[in-house]
Design a protein around this ligand. Structure first.
Ligand code: APR
Length: 312
């Protein structure tokens, strides 16, 4: 029986727990520092089982011993972005939180695959990799699935065609410099540039890169959670069911695309061992330059984080 530990019982964490249980991927243990919150939310979600007809258990706790032996650990603990706050502003606070929860979680689930959701995503995933000392293939960041879903949604809105048929690919960091790839996005196999003008594609790409901030500005407090939760759950499903789905994720680049020692969004095959393969697309010069620029900005933030952590 598979077990997924979700760290952080906030908006994103509880949504991940809900999707993982309802899609019948695994039992879930939801853990948070707040007393009563993970317990209360878990009990509430567990009581959906007879209504939506699934047999999965959701259990809330403040004790890492209860998370022992998890197959997948999803880290959502941290503070969410406030209006006007960039993902990178979150760096300092969330680095301390992610470091402490990753240390505890891996102690109790040394064989788990870690999925990181806390922002700034690429840097927090790198930190989890360094903190847990797990092989890189077992530490993965959730961002590309979400950014691609946002891109796909905007494409379907533009065309008035069902989002069901839209497959989109967004690489690079989970930030303003992300790299939407219209050439590698399609409606049921029809490439996007065949269907949408160059100018409109550019506008849709911009809206995609601003996708998180658009929601933050509307909500006024907190950031998105439904699509982030669904995205992390999709990755959990591909891992636990060994589906080998090709999903853009933040993965450890070790020479691929000419990038080294950085976590950045690349197309990855996800299965039971984690990242089975990173697929190298033939990018054109502009796409490659945008990817390198995005990776460079992540690299700079990793350096900032390393200095902050040394200073603590
Ligand atoms: N251990 C466990 N849980 C923690 C810790 C910790 N050390 N520190 C904070 N938390 C918990 C908080 O108590 C809170 O319940 O993390 C949860 C965060 O939930 P929300 O504030 O609702 O934030 P959410 O919207 O879920 O976003 C979480 O995901 O998408 C990213 O940018 C987002 O970094 C943010 C993260």
């Amino acid at each position: 029986m598979s077990k997924v530990c979700v760290v952080g019982a906030g908006f994103v964490g509880s949504t991940v727990a809900q999707y993982v249980a309802e899609k019948d991927y695994a039992d879930v243990v939801l853990i948070d520092v707040l007393e009563g919150i993970p317990q209360g939310k878990s009990l509430d979600m567990h009581q959906v089982a007879p209504i939506n007809s699934h047999g999965r258990k959701i259990f809330g706790t403040n004790n890492y011993a209860d998370t022992a032996g998890s197959d997948v650990v999803v880290i959502t603990a941290g503070i969410a972005r406030k209006p006007g706050m960039s993902r990178d502003d979150l760096l300092k606070t969330n680095a301390g939180i992610v470091q402490s929860v990753a240390k505890e979680a891996v102690k109790h689930s040394p064989d788990a695959i870690f999925i990181v959701v806390t922002n700034p995503l690429d840097v927090m995933t790198y930190l989890t990799f360094k903190t847990t000392k797990l092989p890189a293939k077992r530490v993965i960041g959730m961002a590309g699935v979400l950014d691609s879903a946002r891109f796909a949604t905007f494409i379907s809105m533009e065309l008035g065609m069902s989002a069901e048929d839209v497959k989109a690919m967004v690489l690079g960091g989970h930030g303003d410099l992300m790299v939407p790839l219209p050439r590698f996005s399609s409606v049921n196999g029809v490439p996007i540039p065949e269907l949408i003008s160059k100018e409109r594609i550019e506008e849709i790409c911009k809206r995609t890169a601003n996708g998180g901030a658009e929601i933050v500005a509307l909500l006024k407090a907190g950031s998105a959670w439904y699509a982030p939760g669904a995205s992390a759950a999709q990755m959990v499903g591909s891992i636990l069911h060994d589906k080998n789905r090709l999903l853009p994720c933040a993965v450890y680049a070790d020479g691929q695309y000419g990038l080294k020692d950085v976590y950045v969004g690349l197309p990855a095959v996800l299965g039971r061992e984690g990242v089975k393969k990173i697929v190298e697309l033939k990018l054109n010069d502009d796409e490659m330059a945008a990817l390198k620029k995005s990776a460079q900005s992540i690299r700079e933030n990793i350096d900032v984080m390393n200095q902050l952590l040394v200073a603590v």
